[in-house]
Design a protein around this ligand. Sequence first.
Ligand code: NOJ
Length: 520
Amino acid sequence: MPEWLNHAIFYEIYPQSFYDTNGDGIGDFEGIIQKLDYIKGLGCNALWLNPCFDSPFKDAGYDVRDFKKAAPRYGTNEDLVRLFTEAHKKDMRVILDLVAGHTSEEHPWFLESCKTEPNEFSNRFIWTGHCFERAEGLGFIGGEAPRDGTYIINFFKCQPALNYGFYQPRKPWQLPLDHPDCVATREALKDIMRFWLDLGCDGFRVDMAESLAKYDDDKKSGTSSIWRNIRAMLDKEYPEAMLVAEWSNPELSLPAGFHADFLLNHIVGGGYYSLFRRYNNSPGKAVIEEDRSFFKKDGGGDIRLFLDDYLPRYEKTKNSGFISLITGNHDTIRTRFNLTPEELKLAYGMIFTLPGVPFLYYGDEIGMRYLDLPTKEGGYFRTGARTPMQWRAGKNLGFSSAPEEALYLPVDSAPNAPTVESEEKNPASLYHTVKEILKFRQTHEELDGRPNLEILYAEKEKLPFVYKRGSLILAVNPESQRVSAPIKVSGGSPLYSIGQGRLENGTCTLEGQSFVIFGT
Ligand code: NOJ
């Protein structure tokens, strides 16, 4: 396990929308370089960039046409390397997005694979036996290629699935995992990883990490064996490199070789979801059904909905890697959609003080809103969470000097849209709270990623929620009323507070809408 991960606090950047320095209306690598001090000042020490490789952008870059070439709209490979170098000078890390399960339909491997004449890439993708044959249980496309077969897709139509083999093959065209052509796919993925690691990147967030082997079993034994093989390579050749999975199943992903796995807040019914929202995100629109987010003032939220999901996973995996909690990401509706900045302060207080490696989505630190926008680059409902970062008052809120109509996406036009500038000026802002909490985390080793969590009070539909990490006791009360709970700790004094609280004579009392860290 790379030591740096114990202290890592990630900032996720959707490069299209972060900072445009050449006036073309879209963010670029140079923009990220210029904002490294901002990110570091906020308290984050690592970056995750959404895919920034050559792509037709039918799924915002998750459809990669050339894994080894930076998308020209962001800059060149040299610019990206400069970003690694500048980040490292500031003791920051940069991980890239590894789209392991599929490519763009325009990737040269796929174009070769479409040909009737057998070639090196014929089996790089999964083709059925003939043009009318369907692959049971898998998405497929027919009628698009000269080759007589249909091909399997991983997500959208533009994303043909790479062929890592079938764990339980049923037909001759379903190759086993150890077929030389499937092994070649795995080795090609390693080659891409080596390419960027040699250029200085610090690891990867792996897209749809669970999707590699088809017809896998419930334990994902096939996919896990592929990742263990890749992790062995990393341990040997790049022991400092990190792998974080988009899998949402740390019990499987961590033993499979990932250092961390996200618990995602878009998984309806998942415990994490209960922290932020109850909404129906399909089809197309975010509709709040019954808003009982735990952090909602007077929402009547229940911490057990989260803990009953999180704790067993945490207990099972705490010695093998990290669970990554997120404020949001490029696939989720922004938490500001249904939570106020005051409610978000408490949410971030908790997210950033639980064990694991946390991720902050750009703009969540200032409470950027979710905008209702038409789809862009395959974003659909996600588009509204991908709008330009709001830096300051004035043209395009400081994101770009391009004419408004040339922007990648419109900026928030609300007169009171928060900006970094306005939040910096206001000592009571969400931004300052984020900074304070992250600083507190960074200066108290007991709050780093390593496991030391004890639950002191977490009763169904009751408040406060109280937990302990080392000698620190942390308590949160999202509701507007004062609450108290018996705690098996005689006393402590507040070291950091949003709102107010006391810990005396075995009772923890929190005023309405408070988050307090007590030293004992
Ligand atoms: C998950 C990514 O986060 C999402 O944005 C993308 O559309 C799909 N995987 C397909 O790659």
